[in-house]
Design a binder for this molecule. Structure first.
Ligand SMILES: Cc1cc2nc3c(=O)[nH]c(=O)nc-3n(C[C@H](O)[C@H](O)[C@H](O)COP(=O)(O)OP(=O)(O)OC[C@H]3O[C@@H](n4cnc5c(N)ncnc54)[C@H](O)[C@@H]3O)c2cc1C
Ligand code: SF4
Length: 337
């Protein structure tokens, strides 16, 4: 590992003043330290922000919720406001990693965790994300986890976060601080598709610190669910995942929010499916058609073609569950300790 300077920040302004052009903020360290040890990333300096006073979860005047960037994943999952207002967010957090990791991992760090593409982690193979211009080993290689939406010839990696999938469905806002002041970034604009620049995961600027995530009020999210399909029942990343809220009136879909994980370089908001389903009867037949509307845009290879039926069936199953009124909060209580 390359030697680096280490400083602990005691205030947001102190962190902004301290950060160097080739430096990085250190929060829980569960992703960054692995990358430093593996040699995937080199920094000249770490500014430790883990002791900053950004650990509150509070209700906003409009009924939304503000989550500090240093709130641990386990604390966010257990908080009464999150469990009551956005149960699928609590469930997504509990579906991620392990208890020990969730006790270290922070909200800001989870937003910025990098792909788990095996070639990204393997310094002996070409990877445009790790080393721009070298090529993409995953396109012809091990492809089970590859993206099916929004891919480019340069990169087919998926975003690994569970937490970010319901946040995409909720239209959350990422709040940042920099020497230029505060910035509020709508969730849909925070993560990037790969295009020709897959080494850029987000639109965060150099030296910009995430201070909070704000979640708008969405009363219908009190009935919501998150389903993660994976190879083991815990401690595994998603093959596909679905976050959903559904409001039905008189048998018809009044409002639906759908986002997918394990499918794209960013948490994927299923806008085609939502547009199709709004105003339609809340039946399995229409849930299937909504999934097909989204999947029409899918691009698969030989090894990840299974994601199409897997995603379709998960969407149908999750929406049927919401019609039946079985809430995510109850499922979380049953399965994910
Ligand atoms: C074995 C294992 C299994 C896992 N399984 C899952 C899983 O199933 N689902 C899932 O979602 N996640 C999973 N994770 C990932 C885990 O959730 C992330 O590692 C964690 O959320 C990162 O948060 P952190 O606070 O440790 O970030 P760090 O490692 O400290 O930082 C990550 C990145 O974010 C930057 N950063 C951190 N905070 C800020 C800030 N406030 N402002 C600006 N930049 C910042 C850092 O500079 C760094 O680039 C797993 C991790 C491991 C090791
Ligand atoms: S999919 Fe992206 S991260 Fe994986 S090898 Fe290709 S360029 Fe690298």
């Amino acid at each position: 590992m390359k030697l680096f300077d280490y400083q602990r920040a005691h205030s947001v302004q102190g962190a902004l003043d301290a950060i160097a052009p080739q430096g990085a903020f250190l929060a829980g360290g569960t992703n960054l330290l692995d990358h430093l040890k593996l040699g995937i990333r080199e920094v000249e300096q770490l500014v430790d922000v883990s002791r900053l006073d950004l650990t509150d979860i509070s209700e906003l005047p409009d009924g939304g919720v503000r989550v500090g960037a240093l709130v641990r994943n386990s604390a966010m999952a257990a908080h009464p406001l999150i469990r009551r207002k956005y149960p699928f967010l609590s469930e997504a957090l509990l579906a991620g990693a392990s208890g020990q990791l969730r006790n270290m991992a922070t909200t800001g760090g989870n937003l910025l965790q990098r792909t788990r593409c095996v070639y990204f982690q393997d310094l002996t193979t070409p990877c445009n994300k790790r080393e721009p211009g070298t090529g993409c080993s995953a396109r012809e290689g091990y492809g089970k986890y590859n993206a099916i939406f929004g891919t480019s010839d340069a990169c087919v990696a998926v975003h690994p976060s569970d937490m970010c999938v319901p946040l995409a469905a909720l239209d959350a806002v990422v709040v940042t601080a920099s020497q230029q002041g505060e910035r509020r970034i709508p969730f849909a604009e925070f993560h990037r598709l790969p295009g020709e620049t897959p080494h850029l995961d987000t639109n965060l600027r150099a030296g910009e610190l995430i201070t909070a995530v704000e979640i708008p009020p969405l009363p219908t999210a009190a009935r919501s669910t998150y389903r993660k399909v994976r190879e083991r029942s815990s401690y595994a990343f998603a093959l596909v995942s679905v976050a959903a809220t559904l409001q039905v009136e008189g048998g018809q879909v009044k409002e639906v929010r759908l986002a997918f994980g394990g499918c794209a370089h960013k948490p994927w908001r299923a806008q085609q499916a939502e547009a199709y389903l709004t105003g339609q009867p809340a039946t399995a037949e229409h849930f299937r058609a909504a999934a097909e509307a989204e999947l029409a845009g899918a691009r698969v290879g030989q090894e990840n073609a299974f994601k199409v039926p897997m995603l379709r069936n998960t969407v149908i199953s999750v929406l049927e569950e919401l019609v039946q009124g079985r809430s995510a909060e109850r499922r979380a209580g049953e399965g994910n300790a």
